[in-house]
Design a binder for this molecule. Structure first.
Ligand code: ZN
Length: 240
């Protein structure tokens, strides 16, 4: 899709909208500060101070150094993301080369895009509904109580978070567990608070069923994607 960034006007427009899809397509040099940036850098240069470069090497050859804010020398990872409807409302999936990196539910596309951008601050983000299709289909299947097909997950988290997410996938549909039980399941019985935080940070809605974790007294506790959705998911599973 680099054709969208051929002319200086197109490139400047990409910088003005901090276009995360433009990262890697070209680099932006700022004469006054002596740095070169990704097009999506949060810096706000003036047009007259900006020059465009096809490659990092060309920017360096012009005497510029890498911006410390946007780190244009780091490998630029591409995530493809797309939206779809589910029985529980709007969903968004984002996939990397390695697998499903984010699957979330929400109401507002702009807010969901912001969530994605905040979780992957250095990734190039390309909207591509086709790439998101398999994950969204798996989400719909899981909500409908069917066994979703196998998806490779590309979960990013600490060792403890990943252990918690794996333990959540061992909680059978139609049952629930408490945070303390999940903490015991991962061999960290005193880490109840960290377990609760890991549930809140779950990047893969429903397929990693953090909705099956409730308070020790049976109370629903919170749900990142709205407690009504949690209630609906548990009711569907109890009825199945
Ligand atoms: Zn920068």
């Amino acid at each position: 899709m680099t054709t969208a960034y051929q002319t200086d006007d197109q490139r400047w427009a990409a910088i003005e909208r901090r276009d995360r899809a433009a990262d890697g397509a070209f680099f932006c040099g700022v004469r006054t500060t002596g740095v070169y940036c990704r097009p999506s850098c949060s810096g706000r240069p003036l047009r007259r101070n900006v020059a465009f470069y096809e490659t990092r090497e060309a920017a360096r050859a012009a005497g510029l150094r890498a911006c410390l804010r946007c780190r244009p020398d780091e490998p630029i990872e591409t995530l493809a993301y797309g939206f779809g409807d589910t029985p529980l409302g709007l969903a968004m999936a984002a996939t990397s080369k390695a697998g499903l990196a984010l699957l979330i539910m929400g109401r507002d596309r702009a807010e969901m895009r912001e969530d994605l951008a905040a979780r992957f601050p250095r990734a190039r983000l390309l909207e591509d509904d086709a790439a998101a299709g398999p994950a969204l289909a798996a989400l719909v299947a899981a909500i409908d109580g069917e066994r979703p097909g196998d998806l490779t997950l590309d979960e990013r988290g600490t060792d403890l978070q990943r252990a918690v997410w794996k333990a959540l996938r061992d909680i059978p549909a139609g049952t629930t567990a408490s945070y303390a039980e999940v903490a015991r399941a991962i061999g960290r019985p005193s880490a109840v608070r960290a377990v609760a935080q890991a549930c809140g940070a779950n990047p893969v809605a429903v397929l990693t069923p953090c909705h099956r974790v409730v308070r020790s007294d049976g109370g629903l506790s919170g749900y990142r994607w709205g407690v009504e959705r949690k209630q609906a998911l548990l009711a569907r599973e109890a009825a199945a």
